[in-house]
Design a protein around this ligand. Structure first.
Ligand code: ADP
Ligand code: MG
Length: 688
């Protein structure tokens, strides 16, 4: 007797009094299966028949551990399946069951070989063995020449053979086929049936569902369902003896159970993205826009920082007496400069300068000029730019001590006083009635490199800076003395402004060690207080300008972080929305993956990996976009039109941007990944 045979080895499939009631909220209660008991063993080829709605698919889903009974017992190879957790059921599906679907359910973006390999991915099989085995299976099913074809390039019969190969990939003991011939013409259908029959002969238990009596006739045993109950079972009816083939089960599973399939999931994510690159486009763009905003913001911050540093000479200390109108004002003298040079540590050089408006004259021509009296022996323009000579030589170091009556003319003055073709060098000009020998002529005034003036500002600025003349300090001091300390007045309309912020003399000290510039400035202050008895002067260091400039331009870090966060959040929501839609349209794929053994975690990892990869792509595009935006902004003038917007790109933006992208992707991917992994396999397989 059959039962005696199984006393030592439990049957492969054993259902006892299985019920399946669909009792979802808001839906009609349906008893799809009622008190179903049956035993199926290795080598059997069973067809479940019955009219539509009789519970055939429900039974098959329960047999394949895609669904659970609501009552009764299911033992697989003696193991109580009803007690198993989700991951254990997934493991059972992966190792013991192969599914063949009416609609094939192949992944459209994958080749025949990749489709067949799919179950092995979740079993953690090495990629070489996986590829070999998939190719061998496809060859054995006559598809050796179709390994790299995608489902769309295959006939229905070929597709069904690919899906049979996939069902066999992990060497399952049971093959479950729901209407395997339903989508095939009769010739292809017969071929599929004989393949299934062959599998049973090789020791697999094959359970097929069909409502077609002609198909059912191909099976060795027919179980007829009516209203969820077993109405007839040809085995019991005929008491046909069944002999399992020797050895019982077919070639066992080659999967190494328990090995993490995370790498496979990431690989799947990659090939899924590569195979249909348009699908994640919106996700990629969402992240790209967010990252681009962050990069643009960083570029502005970086540009401001660099420009500020460019403007600064960290070795410079400037001392000015307060203007005469200030009660505390002191008169600075050249002796103060000498004291600073000789007494204050870290001071390397000291320059003296003063300036004032004087008239330069040659013959009948006169020119209002700003005359600088200086001890400097190198021409410098605005912000310490070198100011090249067009002609002749600059003032010499000893010119000041010797009170030489020499002058170096700025380009605008030289142009005004000398006709073209006349070399000013060696000629004389009158300053306040005193003849000065023209020693040199400066080239066009160099504008500071960082000013990046807009084009229409350049000409007037050059003219303004060019209207100068330089004379030796002591020579000039005498000429300028009448102006010294006089309040400069400015009349605008009815109002007269008296502006004497500082006295006329400027002492500029240069330090050797820029790091100690603050201490040196403090020492100069102390020295001058000692010399003058009060703080009627101002000691400024260039470094302080950095902060002033920063305050002018830089957004508060909190505001900056806020803008970045909003941009990234927008990208995140965009990505999340498109990914959620994608989960909806890929239900069938998710169902297939679950059927072949993907655990919920594997599905979640795959969607997260897809999100991360899309985000990475978005990060790269966002970087380029942000760089390009920054470059475009850098061409624009500030609202005052005085200079261009400072924008700069730094190498460290790259890791920051990619990190932001990754974080955005992973957070955005979490909800869709969770939703995908929580899908019910049966509902997912039912499709979109
Ligand atoms: P068959 O495959 O024999 O056509 P099914 O097993 O698909 O039948 O369905 C059996 C019964 O269970 C049907 O009445 C069907 O409407 C019901 N049913 C199947 N799946 C669900 C479900 N997820 N929710 C509610 N009812 C369901
Ligand atoms: Mg059905």
């Amino acid at each position: 007797m059959r039962n005696d045979q199984h006393r030592t080895r439990p049957p492969l499939i054993e259902l006892r009094g299985v019920d399946r009631v669909f009792d979802e909220e808001g839906a009609v209660r349906t008893q799809a299966l009622a008190d179903v008991s049956l035993v199926v063993d290795a080598g059997e080829f069973v067809c479940i028949t019955g009219p539509s709605g009789s519970g055939k698919s429900t039974l098959l889903n329960i047999l394949g551990c895609l669904d659970r009974p609501t009552g009764g017992a299911y033992r697989f190879a003696g193991r109580d399946v009803t007690a198993l957790e989700g991951d254990e059921l997934a493991g059972l599906r992966r190792d013991e069951f192969g599914f063949v679907f009416q609609a094939f359910n192949l992944l459209e973006s994958a080749t025949a070989r990749q489709n067949v390999e799919l179950p092995a991915r979740y079993a953690g099989l090495g990629s070489d063995r996986k590829a070999q085995r998939a190719a061998k299976l496809l060859e054995s099913l006559g598809l050796g020449g179709r390994l790299d074809h995608r489902p769309a390039e295959l006939s229905g019969g070929e597709r069904q053979r690919v899906s049979i190969a996939r069902a066999l990939m992990n060497g399952p003991r049971v093959i479950l086929a729901d209407e395997p011939t339903g989508a095939l013409d009769s010739g292809q259908g017969e071929e599929a049936l004989s393949l299934l029959k062959g599998l049973a002969a090789r020791g697999h238990a094959v359970v097929m569902v069909s409502h077609d009596p002609a198909v059912a006739a191909a099976a060795d045993r027919r179980i007829e369902l009516r209203d969820g109950r077993v109405a007839a079972d040809s085995l019991h009816d005929a008491e046909k003896p069944h002999t399992p083939p020797p050895g019982g089960a077919p070639a066992g599973s080659e999967g190494q159970v328990g090995r993490p399939a995370a790498m496979a999931s990431i690989g799947d994510a990659l090939s899924s993205l590569v195979a249909s690159p348009l699908r994640p486009t919106l996700s990629v763009l969402s992240v790209a826009v967010g990252v681009a905003s962050v990069v643009a913001l960083l570029s502005l911050a970086e540009g401001i920082e660099r420009k500020t540093l460019e403007m600064v000479d960290a070795t410079k200390i400037t001392v000015n007496a307060l203007g005469r109108l200030k009660a505390a004002a002191v008169q600075l003298a050249p002796e103060d400069a000498e004291a600073i040079r000789s007494e204050v540590r870290n001071v390397r050089r000291v320059f003296l300068s003063t300036k004032g408006p004087l008239v330069l004259q040659r013959g009948a021509v006169s020119e209002d000029t700003e005359v600088h009296a200086t001890t400097r022996a190198e021409p410098v323009g605005i912000d310490q730019q070198d100011w090249p000579l067009a002609n002749g030589a600059y003032l010499a170091a000893e010119d000041s001590e010797l009170r030489e009556q020499v002058v170096v003319l700025g380009p605008t003055v030289a142009e005004a006083l000398f006709e073209t073709g006349v070399d000013p060098i060696g000629e004389h000009v009158q300053i306040a009635g005193i003849p000065f020998l023209v020693k040199g002529v400066l080239d066009q005034s160099p504008l500071p490199a960082h000013s990046e003036l807009s084009a229409d500002m350049v000409e007037p600025m050059l003219a303004m800076f060019g209207d100068v003349a330089f004379v030796p300090f002591h020579t000039g001091l005498e000429l300028l003395a009448p102006h010294g300390g006089e309040p400069e007045t400015l009349v605008i309309g009815d109002t007269t402004f008296t502006s004497v912020v500082f006295g006329p003399l400027t002492i500029e000290a240069r330090v050797a060690d820029a790091a100690a510039v603050r201490e040196t400035a403090a020492a100069i202050r102390d020295l001058l207080i000692r010399r003058h008895g009060r703080e009627g002067f101002n000691v400024a260091i260039d470094v302080d300008r950095v902060e002033a400039y920063d305050r002018l331009w830089r957004l508060h870090p909190g505001v900056q972080a806020g803008i970045a966060a909003v941009a990234l959040a927008a990208g995140l929501l965009g990505m999340m929305a498109t990914m959620l839609v994608s989960v909806g349209t890929r239900r069938r794929e998710i169902g297939v993956r679950m059927a072949v053994g993907a655990r919920r975690r594997d599905i979640a990892v795959q969607f997260l990996a897809e999100a991360a990869l899309a985000a990475l792509a978005g990060g790269v595009i966002g970087l380029l976009l942000g760089y390009w935006t920054g470059a475009a902004v850098a061409e624009m003038a500030t609202p005052t039109g005085l200079m261009k917007v400072p924008v700069a790109f730094a190498g460290w933006f790259v890791p920051v941007a990619l990190f932001c992208a990754m974080a955005t992707g992973l957070v955005a991917g979490m909800v869709p990944a969770r939703r995908a992994s929580r899908l019910d396999p049966v509902a997912a397989l039912a499709g979109d």
